[in-house]
Design a binder for this molecule. Sequence first.
Ligand SMILES: [Zn+2]
Length: 158
Amino acid sequence: MRNIRIGLGFDVHSFEQSGSSLVLGGINIDYKCSLKGHSDADVITHAIAEALLGSIGLGGLGEHFPDTDPRWKNVESLKILSLTVEKLRELNWNTINVDCSVVLEEPHLATFRQQMQDRLSFIIGAPINIKAKRPEGLGSLGRSEGIACWAIALVGME
Ligand SMILES: [Zn+2]
């Protein structure tokens, strides 16, 4: 029987007052502010990378790409995701699929969803599903103070 594992990832970033674009799901979106973080703060890509690391017991993103290490300062999150995929492949694990729930009031993701899925799927070599959920005005996410994302990843070894 094929050896399979499952991993869960979570990430959250707050908005900064400045900035005029957002990196989300590996694409640039025109928006009134950007997310705060040591890298491009791509909350979707970070959650996916964390789910992949978690699936085979490699810990979390912070252990592999610590924000205290200058090597990872301002590094593109897509680069972090592809390095994560390499770590799994070195151990003979391949991604089967990934599903994400992004929690945000705005911007509206429907028009960008397919583009994000295509870009991230290309990197991990497996289907990715991204869906957005509005927090219905509740709490800090409901006040549009930031964006959170959960991701779940299934990986397998032949
Ligand atoms: Zn992050």
